[in-house]
Write a protein that binds this ligand. Structure first.
Ligand code: BG6
Length: 487
């Protein structure tokens, strides 16, 4: 991925958590790899409470360095990375300060990238202040999630930002789209003939998509308590994964071909009838429990969380897609904090053979199954039935494993690194277009509204388990179970 296009990467929220853990480490990795960033490219951090560049560099050394490179820091590369960094002290509450930024950026070659690693309430004021000093030309803007709280607030942000930047200038990040295995899902589906003929209602019985976390809400209790799992994970990451699993083959990999196909899926999601919410959506909240041998506290006692909080930390939901390929196939989506394992995976359960001459085990759905594991380790596992050795014809489940780290030992790229390089190089395919985001909110909103109106506490689950029993009961109604419940 060579580039010679110069850039100035302006980082708002330059001393925030995201800059510290993800953005600056990703830029460092791209720098260290060599050839990915133009030599003349600069990073301009914007912050209010540090005095000058020297203070910012001290901050980067202290806070960012511990987050870079699992394999240790290359000190030479680190020193030359620091040379790329500049600093402009701006009080975001004071739009006049933006003249300082304009002066600092004036006359530079190449594209300007404005990365808003700030709370969403600052998106519009920053965009307006940039426009007031003419910085919205020849530039791209990157917006982090959460982009709004519901359809209305997300539209308000998109409308206001859209008055200043054209849609082609706006890069809405969903970091799941930057993960290597998610890219690989596209390769698996559209680079092979093997799966595509089976990838439809005639052969697929059900699909599960799980993003399970062991972590709790960490230092984000206040934010999370006003957000909940449906907004934090389902509206964006899970529906994006669903759209990639279910989309039609795009005409090409250019950004609008891919996003058009994802949008068609999001628009075809069967609206949820509020009367059915209890049957198709489960919300839970973790109580105290044990994870990997250590006691962990209840959600309601986490800092920043209201003691009587009704916020969900777990969601399982059944989704249907109203088109010819998928009509009638349930997609079960699930996510939660403080679950038994950290795992993100997609499970495609194929139908049973129509007739078995080999006994009843071949008539069981899910005997053929594809499990695409996105993290922690990227693997694809294909389950089949085979004859057990010995007398008689007894079938047993066996599997073929594809472990990507055995094939490709090098070159794995973190999601943020890939996405930041895409922004700098003007590739929009892995960013969420406004219409996709709206379609996702439109589908999610009736669930949010119904839950808010009912005002019932979420179902409790002990930390370190797989969530409330109701999530298992929901699948049992369809004669199936979550993957970890098999056998
Ligand atoms: C973020 C959510 O978008 O994704 C977090 O806000 C969540 O709550 C995180 O922990 C999970 O991402 P990953 O890449 O660690 O699976």
């Amino acid at each position: 991925m060579q580039t010679d296009s110069s850039f100035t990467f302006v980082l708002f929220g330059g001393t925030g958590d995201l800059s510290m853990r993800k953005i600056l480490p990703a830029l460092y990795e791209a720098h260290r790899a060599g050839g990915m960033l133009a030599d003349s490219g600069k990073i301009v951090a914007v912050a209010r409470h540090l005095a000058d560049r020297a203070a910012y560099v001290d901050w980067v050394n202290e806070h960012v360095k511990p987050h870079v490179s699992k394999n240790g820091v290359d000190e030479t590369a680190w020193a030359s990375f620091l040379d790329r960094i500049e600093f402009v002290k701006i009080d975001l509450g004071n739009p006049e300060d933006f003249t300082l930024l304009r002066d600092a950026l004036s006359g530079r070659p190449g594209i300007r990238v404005f990365y808003l690693a700030t709370g969403p309430s600052l998106f519009v004021p920053i965009c307006r202040a940039l426009a007031s000093v003419g910085l919205n030309e020849n530039s791209r803007i990157v917006l982090e999630k959460p982009l709004g709280y519901d359809l209305k607030s997300s539209n308000a942000i998109n409308d206001a930002v859209g008055e200043i930047f054209a849609e082609e200038q706006i890069y809405r990040i969903d970091h799941y789209l930057g993960k290597e295995p998610v890219q690989n899902l596209l390769a698996l589906r559209f680079g092979n003939v093997l799966f595509e003929p089976l990838w439809r209602r005639e052969w697929v019985e059900s699909i599960q998509i799980t993003i399970a976390e062991e972590l709790g809400v960490e230092a984000r209790g206040d934010f999370y308590d006003n957000t909940g799992a449906l907004r934090d994970m389902v509206q964006n990451h899970l529906l994006q994964l669903l759209s990639i699993v279910a989309m039609e083959p795009p005409h090409s990999m250019d950004s609008d071909s891919v996003r058009d196909e994802k949008l068609r899926v999001l628009r075809a999601l069967k609206p949820i009838d509020p009367r059915d919410i209890g049957k198709v959506a489960v919300r839970g909240q973790y109580h105290a429990g044990v994870i990997r041998g250590s006691a962990v506290p209840a959600y309601a006692t986490e800092p920043g969380v209201k003691q009587d909080s009704n916020t969900e930390t777990f969601v399982a939901v059944k989704v249907e897609i109203e088109n010819w390929r998928w009509a009638g196939v349930p997609f079960f989506l699930r996510t939660g904090k403080r679950l038994a394992d950290r795992v993100a995976e997609i499970v495609v359960n194929f139908r049973a053979v129509p007739h078995s001459a080999l006994g009843t085990s071949a008539l069981r759905g899910g005997a053929n199954r594809l499990v695409i594991r996105l993290q922690p380790n990227e693997t694809i596992r294909l389950y089949c039935l085979a004859k057990q050795p010995g007398e008689g014809m007894n079938l047993a489940s066996v599997h073929l494993d594809l472990a990507f780290d055995r094939f490709f030992r090098e070159g794995q790229m973190e999601a943020y690194q890939r996405l930041l390089l895409d922004v700098i190089n003007g590739r929009l395919a892995l960013f969420v277009r406004r219409d996709e985001q709206e379609a996702a909110w439109r589908w999610v909103e009736p669930i949010l509204n119904e839950w808010a109106a009912a005002n019932k506490p979420p179902k409790p689950y002990a930390a370190g388990t797989w969530g409330p029993a109701a999530a298992s009961a929901m699948l049992a109604q369809h004669g199936t179970c979550w993957l970890e419940e098999e056998n």
